[in-house]
Design a protein around this ligand. Structure first.
Ligand SMILES: Cc1cc2nc3c(=O)[nH]c(=O)nc-3n(C[C@H](O)[C@H](O)[C@H](O)COP(=O)(O)O)c2cc1C
Length: 304
């Protein structure tokens, strides 16, 4: 432990006591006049990623911000992920200055706003973003619908644990992801296969540091690291495959093609393959059948 020093944990530890890489997101919300407000946010991460009725992000925000007040009032927001560009980050820092009114801050905004296609009550979205999530706040969790907009001087207790007003000046919002919009180039990357040139230029925000500057780093082309299949894996795939369904068998060659599936996901993946095989009247999954099944799995994933 000689190489580490014990650092005091203080308020805003994610930037005052550590280095956390974060996204740069402009959050669009609708203010009382109907105009779209853009606020800069980095504490916004995936929250429900699987196994729930919906997918969600979590946002941590100052509760008196335009964004928090608008979400409390209208529930809708757009999460606009901006690419690495110094002029965009400069603008994000300007849009992140606390206390500015929507009308003033949006007057000379350099970003292009486009109407949402999901409804007239929705905030506009930022054309320059590489991806946009349109979201609705789930105010049913923790009865957060009881929290109302309008209190800009700080909220009094009691506070909620994880959704709604969570402290005098803080709020957390669990945001149901209604739609993910992806720029075509990166859509192709996700659907047709990843190459190192197919990633959007994602900047990394390191937060508000030394009390005067926000710090950000430039995008660098990603590199890949192969996941090694472990020896003996064919036997464990065969063992598992034999136990899924007595009416659907896998050949050894097919099993050999499945060794890269991590052990903990193996049963679920094989079960899904057997279900598709049954729909297709396949009772022996060989390499050919596996291609048909995997195509169908990919298509189902795409259609979801
Ligand atoms: C890059 C960047 C990231 C920020 N991230 C957050 C954040 O995650 N949560 C937060 O409450 N404020 C954050 N801020 C500060 C807000 O942008 C600031 O409170 C601003 O007033 C929000 O705008 P609004 O009032 O129009 O919502 C960030 C500012 C910048 C420049």
């Amino acid at each position: 432990m000689d190489q580490f020093k014990d650092l005091r944990i203080v308020d805003n530890f994610y930037q005052t006591s550590s280095f956390i890489p974060m996204p740069t997101i402009l959050i669009g919300t609708v203010c009382e006049s109907g105009q779209t407000n853009l606020g800069s946010y980095s504490l916004c991460f995936p929250y429900y990623i699987a196994g729930k009725d919906y997918y969600a992000m979590i946002l941590e925000a100052r509760n008196s911000s335009n964004t928090a007040q608008n979400i409390l009032r209208t529930k809708k927001c757009s999460l606009n992920f901006i690419p690495d560009d110094k002029k965009y980050f400069k603008e994000a820092v300007r849009l992140g200055f606390p206390g500015d009114k929507t009308e003033d801050k949006m007057k000379n905004c350099i970003f292009t706003l486009k109407n949402s296609t999901l409804g007239e009550d929705r905030p506009q979205i930022v054309e320059e973003a590489f991806q946009v999530f349109e979201c609705t706040w789930d105010d049913t969790l923790e009865d957060a619908y009881k929290d109302k907009a309008g209190n800009l001087e700080g909220y009094e207790p009691p506070y909620r644990n994880f959704n709604g007003i969570t402290s005098k000046f803080g709020a957390h919002f669990i945001l149901k992801v209604d739609k993910i919009w992806m720029k075509e180039r990166y859509y192709d990357t996700i659907i047709n296969g990843v190459t190192s040139n197919g990633f959007p230029s994602v900047p990394v925000d390191y937060g508000y540091r030394d009390s005067t500057n926000f710090w950000c780093s430039r995008f660098k082309k990603p590199f890949k690291e192969k996941i090694q299949a472990k020896e003996g894996d064919v036997q464990s795939v065969i063992y598992c495959a034999q136990r899924i369904d007595p009416n659907v068998k896998f050949t050894k060659e097919a099993c050999a093609k499945l060794t890269k599936i991590p052990r903990i996901f193996l049963k679920a993946a094989l079960t899904q393959m057997v279900d598709i095989a049954k729909e297709e009247n396949i009772s022996l999954i060989d390499e050919n059948a596996l291609t048909i099944i995997n195509d169908k799995r990919r298509k189902e994933k795409k259609d979801k």
